[in-house]
Every structure is written in structure tokens, then in C-alpha cells.
Design a protein around this ligand. Structure first.
Ligand code: SF4
Length: 236
């Protein structure tokens, strides 16, 4: 990457860096790097590396996002090439960015006394199976909660799984400027394999029916929940 003065970072380059989870800050001279976190859990080794990179390339601070993500802020543009090389060799990875399935959030239901499902394992499995779904109409957020307390807010995600002994599922939730509470599917799911099939069917339905830049909840509002439920009938 050629050396540039702070004001020479073009909008095109900013858009390209965003795809690598490097977000330009106010003034467009410094960047925040979003780190991939699944289920809100990191190893002590990953935490040490994040702390080291924050000191070496940022200003020594780390920001925790509302979706359990970790960001290393205030990295000057000139330091990005070295920062990216260091990340590549480390135990941490950049987060997903753009119109794709984002990091899966999850509560500690695996060991919380109220937990009815293994939330941490489920978050990892969901990410393994669907973390590669890209080119969707918009971002797609998934959250897993271990019980009805819903600490990870499954109803505020595009797709939410809530442990009720079995798996209950919510679709089309979102926060933001026009929040929408997710619709609970009229049936719960017993087997994990079926849960994965339904998640796949839901994402595919959105992929096929959503307009460009349209969040899943808006697609459901536009076409009607019944249209989606018709597709899912075979799983009941
Ligand atoms: S949602 Fe339930 S299982 Fe998960 S952390 Fe909250 S109380 Fe515990």
C-alpha cells in the first residue's frame, strides 16, 4: 500500500477497507478494526493479542460493541499494512462485514443455571455452517439465547434462537432507526439437524425474496409472514 497523507484516503479505498472490517473514523484518517467474536467468547491468548495490537497500532484502548464484538480503534491509515499482516499471523480474525451473515452472538447458556441449550456450541456450529453466506440483500444477524430471559436479544436479530428445552425461533427482528420485534415461528424445533435445515431455508428465502439493501424484517413486512411460513411448512 503506497504511503499517503491523511487526507488522501479515497472513498473507494475506504469502501474496500470496510470489506476487511476496517471502518474509517471521523475525519477519515484513522480506522477501527472489528475482530470476529463468536458467542461473546474469546480465549486468554486472543485477549492478549488484542491488547498487544491495540497498544502497538491503536492508542491502547479497545471498544466492546453491543453485539459482543471487539474493536481496536484509532489505527492510523499508515499503520494498516503492518496491522493487517500482524492479524493474519495471530489467533484473531477480522469480523464479517457487508451483506452477509454476521458474527453469531450468544449468551452463556451453556453454563448459566437457567440455560436449557448449549448456546456456545450452537453459536459455533451456526457460524461454521452459515458464516460463509454472502451476497444477501443486507446484513444478517443471528443471536442465540439459552432460555426465555433472552439475554442475547434473539427477538432483535434477523434470526434468533431461544432455548425452551427445544429450540424456538424468531425471524425478522432488528434494532436501529426503525426497530422491529422478530416474529416467533408457530412451532418449536426438537432436533438440531432440523434447526440447521430451517436456518438454511430462512436465509435462502431472504436471499431469493429480499430487495437490495432491504433488511429481512422489511422483506417479511412487504411480502407477509405467511409467505415465509409457507416455505417452512415442510419442517413442521
Ligand atoms: S438467556 Fe437465560 S440462559 Fe442465557 S444468560 Fe440469560 S438467563 Fe442465562
Amino acid at each position: 500500500m503506497p504511503k499517503k497523507t491523511q487526507t488522501q484516503v479515497s472513498d473507494l479505498e475506504i469502501a474496500s477497507l470496510k470489506e476487511s472490517a476496517l471502518f474509517s473514523e471521523k475525519g477519515k484518517t484513522k480506522f477501527s478494526s472489528r475482530i470476529l467474536v463468536i458467542g461473546g467468547s474469546l480465549t486468554s491468548e486472543q485477549l492478549r493479542e488484542i491488547a498487544k495490537f491495540a497498544s502497538r497500532y491503536g492508542d491502547g484502548t479497545v471498544h466492546l460493541t453491543t453485539r459482543q464484538g471487539v474493536e481496536i480503534p484509532h489505527i492510523p491509515y499508515e499503520k494498516l499494512p503492518l496491522f493487517r499482516k500482524a492479524i493474519e499471523k495471530s489467533s484473531i480474525k477480522p469480523a464479517q462485514s457487508g451483506k452477509c451473515v454476521r458474527a453469531i452472538t450468544a449468551c452463556p447458556g451453556s453454563y448459566c443455571k437457567f440455560g436449557t441449550i448449549d448456546t456456545q456450541q450452537l453459536a459455533k456450529e451456526i457460524f461454521k455452517r452459515f458464516g460463509n453466506r454472502k451476497n444477501l440483500p443486507h446484513k444478517f444477524k443471528i443471536a442465540v439465547s439459552g432460555c426465555r430471559h433472552c439475554c442475547s436479544k434473539p427477538q432483535e436479530n434477523d434470526l434468533g434462537v431461544m432455548g425452551v428445552g427445544k429450540f424456538a425461533m424468531f425471524v425478522g427482528g432488528m434494532a436501529g432507526k426503525t426497530p422491529r420485534w422478530g416474529d416467533r415461528l408457530p412451532f418449536d424445533i426438537k432436533e438440531k439437524s432440523k434447526l440447521f435445515n430451517i436456518i438454511n431455508a430462512v436465509i435462502t428465502w431472504y436471499e431469493n425474496n429480499g430487495n437490495d439493501k432491504e433488511r429481512f424484517g422489511v422483506t417479511i413486512e412487504r411480502l407477509g409472514l405467511t409467505r415465509l411460513l409457507d416455505t417452512l411448512k415442510m419442517f413442521q
